[in-house]
Design a protein around this ligand. Sequence first.
Ligand SMILES: CC(=O)SCCNC(=O)CCNC(=O)[C@H](O)C(C)(C)COP(=O)(O)OP(=O)(O)OC[C@H]1O[C@@H](n2cnc3c(N)ncnc32)[C@H](O)[C@@H]1OP(=O)(O)O
Ligand SMILES: O=C(O)CCC(=O)C(=O)O
Length: 432
Amino acid sequence: MRSTNGYDVYKRLKMTKNFEAFGVGLNAPAYSDNKWVSPFNWWPEVRRQMHTADKIRLHDVTLRDGEQTARIAFTPEEKLYIAQELDKLGVASIESGLPATPEDIEVIKTLSSMSLKAKIVPLVRIMESDVKAAIDAKADGMLLEFGINPHIMKYVYKKDPKSLVQEIKEYAKEAKRNGMYVEFMGWDAFRCDDVGFLQDFFTDLADSEDIDRITVADTFGMGHPLATYEFMRRLIQWTKKPTGFHIHNDYGMAAANSLMAVSAGADTVHTSVNGLGERAGNVATEEMALIFQHLLELDAGIQLDKLKMVSDLVAEVSKAKLAKNKPVVGDGLFEVESGIVVHALESLKGTPLEDAILPFQPSTVGHEPFQVVFGRGTGMHSVRKLLKSRNISASDEQVAELQHRIKAAGLIFKNGLPRAMIDNLILEITKN
Ligand SMILES: CC(=O)SCCNC(=O)CCNC(=O)[C@H](O)C(C)(C)COP(=O)(O)OP(=O)(O)OC[C@H]1O[C@@H](n2cnc3c(N)ncnc32)[C@H](O)[C@@H]1OP(=O)(O)O
Ligand SMILES: O=C(O)CCC(=O)C(=O)O
């Protein structure tokens, strides 16, 4: 299949603007230069429920929560390298570890001295030593954190909520005196069965003008999307402050729930490249970046065409290999083997929809061009196209025989037939 990029498609579609089929047109915003997504996303009934901020921020936690993944560690040099790529990618802030180990303190200090566009905001426990270390490292800000689940507060930390609020406010004041941005994150807030407890805690905290943003974490990723929307709506109502959302993917709902949090009005999502993070990981930076731009038309400031490269970098350094079908960045996303799909794609050649059947073009996220793979799923149309690309004419019987041989070999070579095998099969079929 001919390789393409978003710009080629753009040029072609511009020329054929307003085309339609059976009276049905394709229009922006669902349809544009590099995407074709569901127009249902723009139904007034859907949009009416969205209270999105004008600008969305991605706070990247790859270097903190990502490194918390069991069996993953980054050296200080690796952290500095990744942080610079995250900065070029366009994330608003980088959670550069905890100022609790000499290595992380050094990383925070170095990054803070580099005048990156992204703010350096380490995770900070409610303790003097962490707060002081973040200030001494001249970080841009601090993400003060505590478990805002009454059971965790009582049994793990033996803290009472009232004195905790006072402590947080004092540390926030100290950070502000040093010119820092202050965010508070309450983790495990989604398992609290007493909404009055949450309301009192967050209302009381929000009364501090030293706290710039309040974030809640669905630490175990088990809130229903509609419950997430409702909790975030209430939190915004209680605090009247910019609000953030942090989630893990334990139930596979991290992206959907982040979308709900933003729809309720949160302006920041904590994300991690390749979805690294404790257990099932955090919501993936690459997924949220694409969702915001393509489905909500929200500017998160992300250079989408760098996503694949940053993902490859983090996969390499973390030694955490990605599934081929990982959304947005998986190596196998733009390969097709199934005959019926190849036939559909071939049929669109020369029509306004050529190459536009995909939801988004490979080049949009910096991916290799689309390609047809040969194997068990190969259909007749793929075989004809293959022969045509090599200027080989063959009878219908030869095409059928070649298809049969490719399919049989595909049962053995489960990873797509190697080029040499395809060459051999063509030779065998066409020699007589
Ligand atoms: C819920 C989360 O995901 S929190 C983030 C988790 N991230 C990490 O743990 C990063 C990797 N961790 C580490 O390298 C180490 O645990 C360190 C350097 C951070 C701390 O190590 P240690 O000082 O040896 O303490 P250890 O990890 O065993 O225990 C945690 C301590 O932090 C305290 N603590 C934890 N969270 C908070 C908080 N939000 N505010 C105040 N204190 C806290 C605990 O009460 C405990 O204190 P104690 O030593 O007085 O009992
Ligand atoms: O606040 C913290 O210490 C980290 C919590 C966290 O990453 C989470 O709740 O998922």
